[in-house]
Design a protein around this ligand. Structure first.
Ligand code: WT7
Length: 653
């Protein structure tokens, strides 16, 4: 961990203006934090009032992490509607205020400003279209859309009528889409003709059709007309959304939902098996998303806020759509990519829309840092007040660059640690309260009780390093794995009984600051995208020429981690560059471009114990080019295997 000691900014004090004007200063943070963990019912009972409830709750927290009886309920006797909270209740004061700024992929295409009133009309119309297609409360609706305003309409339309949305990132393949439709038995899909990213078209409708060859139960496909490209069509199943919405009424009463009714499912990768459907519910999720959005980003009325994530990830759910809109914010949705038409694009968008708060991932910061400061210096960025980071540990070099070059030492950086499962930010600075240390996510948010445990689950006090767990429930956390509560309990609560296990390694320094060191399970983080090595392995072994595969992560300058694949071929097959390309394309096809292998090494054998277990520790070392220090290899069934692996390693520094 010595690399953390070399940064130039040791700690950064809270600027005076922030201390004075932010919602939360240090005093308030300390007092409220104490209250939040000592009297959670009182604390969250009051916080819940930030939403409009149809029937107010009388019970606040009813949760247990006790294995195997884990059960999480918040505000359980209250009723509300998420769309009414994100849209309707703002109409009186903000009907004419922009809710969503949409910035298209091509800077020459005009941007759109969607007011809260227009958002209301669109959400109601889309909700009525869903109803007319037979969508009922509790039904699952799969959303496979690009970064245009429609996914926000669709999410809120589902919430309005009590349907449960499951968004599948537009970069996923037909197979990945099919698996997610199948798992939650979704009968309705919303997609677009095509997506557009960096000038390239993504055939979303064609992908959907391919996926639906495997999902006979899908009744309706609603298609957004976006690029105008020609698409395959199935009469009786496919419906143009614009035509249906034009004919729909612009009023749709919001359904009264219980606080614990499901709001959405979002699939995420774990260390084993297929992706899990993380289930989030209504009341606690929205309270937590709105509160964290307000305090972490210190969002004040009228601020222009931009989170660069895709709505297909949890960051897009909580911090493009639900949190900001619950707060009546102006949220920017960007269709494009950081380096198209060139590496100034982000900062040009910041200038064009006078963005005040900017939230992105370290991988984007590193890529833009590599493109050179001239792409930054030709923009103003004077509107920026606060910068945020999410998705993976931010290395101090990237932090420094973000702070000095992008923010010109004016903007605090909030390095926010959280997960799909947590629903919202758990460990983070608050800009008016927390001294910053580059590379540290700093301190827990209200109500969050992190702890560091050793391998046996003993809680370590003071300065410590080990595995990160959370000791008690917070309102935004997932409630279950859709359709498999047992898997939820096993995955998160069995390793350390009575505690939520995050899967992350972590260190705590003498000031009590948390430094996330990365996953300790077989999950890798590629450009801020989470991937199970097991998923890539099963894609590889599905190829007819592959007999066995083992996949590990290795340090990658831009992506954070790269994907390193060891592949054993069927007997008689020869490894070649052509076959590497074939396998790379194969994986892209099976999962999506984000899973594209960075390194493929053909391996006649994999290092295994005598009981046949692959020794991943050794494979990780070789992938990292650290083969001088392979540790204990005495349990290997065939030590000769390692010699060949080292000789033919692909990542030589
Ligand atoms: C994993 C969760 C949370 C939204 C995006 C990712 C890593 C996330 C940080 C951070 C260090 C981070 C962790 C975590 N991670 N934020 N600020 N510092 N690591 O959500 O796909 O569910 O991935 O991302 O390893 O477990 P996700």
């Amino acid at each position: 961990m010595s690399e953390h000691k070399t940064y130039k900014v040791e700690t950064l004090k809270v600027p005076k203006a922030w201390k004075e004007n932010a919602f939360i200063d240090k005093d308030k943070y300390e007092k409220l934090y104490e209250k939040s963990v000592e009297k959670p019912d009182k604390f969250w009972g009051k916080e819940g009032e930030r939403l409009d409830w149809i029937k107010p709750y009388t019970r606040v927290k009813n949760t247990t992490f006790e294995f195997p009886n884990v059960s999480i309920k918040w505000f359980e006797d209250g009723t509300l509607n998420v769309a009414a909270n994100c849209v309707d209740r703002h109409l009186k004061k903000r009907g004419k205020q922009t809710a969503i700024i949409w910035e298209p992929d091509d800077p020459k295409t005009p941007a759109k400003h969607i007011t809260y009133r227009e958002l209301y009309d669109n959400v109601c119309r889309l909700a009525n279209v869903l109803k007319a297609q037979g969508v009922k409360k509790g039904d699952r609706v799969t959303i496979y859309l690009p970064m245009i305003p429609e996914p926000a309409y669709a999410m809120l339309a589902c919430a309005r009528i009590g349907a449960v949305h499951s968004i599948v990132f537009g970069g996923f393949s037909p197979d990945a889409l099919a698996g997610r439709i199948e798992d939650c038995k979704s009968e309705f899909v919303i997609t677009a003709d095509e997506g557009l990213r960096g000038g390239r078209k993504i055939p979303l409708k064609a992908n959907t059709d391919t996926a639906l060859q495997k999902n006979g139960h899908v009744k309706t496909v609603l298609v957004v007309r976006h690029t105008g490209g020609t698409v395959p069509w199935t009469d009786g199943r496919d419906v143009w959304l614009d035509e249906a919405m034009a004919g729909a009424e612009a009023e749709c009463p919001p359904e009264e939902m219980n606080a614990e009714d499901p709001l959405f499912i979002l699939y995420t990768s774990g260390s084993t098996g297929k992706p899990k459907g993380v289930l989030h519910t209504t009341g606690g999720y929205l309270v937590y998303a709105a509160m964290t959005h307000q305090y972490v980003f210190d969002y004040h009325d009228g601020d222009v806020y931009w989170c660069t994530a895709d709505v297909g990830w949890v960051t897009g759910h909580s911090y493009i759509v639900y949190g900001p809109l619950a707060n009546g914010a102006i949220t920017l949705m960007f269709e494009g990519v950081p380096n198209y038409p060139d590496a100034s694009r982000f900062w040009q968008v910041v200038d064009k829309h006078k963005v005040n708060i900017f939230y992105t991932a370290p991988t984007a910061i590193r890529a833009l840092m590599g493109a050179g400061n001239e792409h930054v210096k030709n923009t103003s960025r004077k509107s920026l007040r606060l910068l945020g980071s999410v998705g993976e540990p931010i290395n101090p070099e990237a932090w420094e660059w973000y702070y000095h070059v992008i923010g010109e030492k004016r903007c605090p950086i909030v390095d926010t640690w959280w997960q799909t499962e947590t629903g919202g930010i758990l460990i983070t600075p608050l800009p008016g309260a927390t001294k910053l240390k580059p590379g540290s996510a700093t301190l827990p948010f209200f109500g969050v009780q992190p702890a560091i445990v050793d391998a046996d689950g003993n809680i370590l006090e003071g300065e410590a390093a080990g595995n990160l767990v959370i000791l008690d429930a917070w309102p935004g956390m997932m409630r279950t794995v859709y359709g498999d509560h047992q898997r939820f309990v096993e995955t998160y609560f069995s390793a350390y009984k009575g505690k939520y296990f995050t899967g992350d390694g972590c260190r705590r320094d003498a000031d009590g600051y948390y430094w996330i060191t990365g996953r300790v399970d077989d999950v890798i983080n590629v450009s801020g995208h989470r991937m199970g090595t097991a998923e890539v392995e099963s894609a590889l072994v599905a190829h007819p020429k592959v007999s066995e595969a083992a996949v590990v992560g290795y340090p990658h300058d831009i992506k954070g981690q790269g994907i390193y694949c060891y592949v054993t071929l069927m007997s008689g097959e020869e490894g070649s560059d052509a076959l590497k390309k074939e396998l790379r394309d194969w994986v892209r096809n099976e999962i999506g471009p984000i899973a594209s292998p960075d390194q493929i090494q053909f391996a006649p054998g994999l290092p295994k114990t005598r009981s046949g277990k692959i020794m991943r520790r050794i494979l990780r070392k070789i992938a990292e080019d650290e083969f001088g220090n392979l540790g204990d290899t005495s349990t290997l069934a065939d030590p000769g295997v390692v010699t060949d692996l080292v000789e033919n390693r692909q990542n030589r520094r």
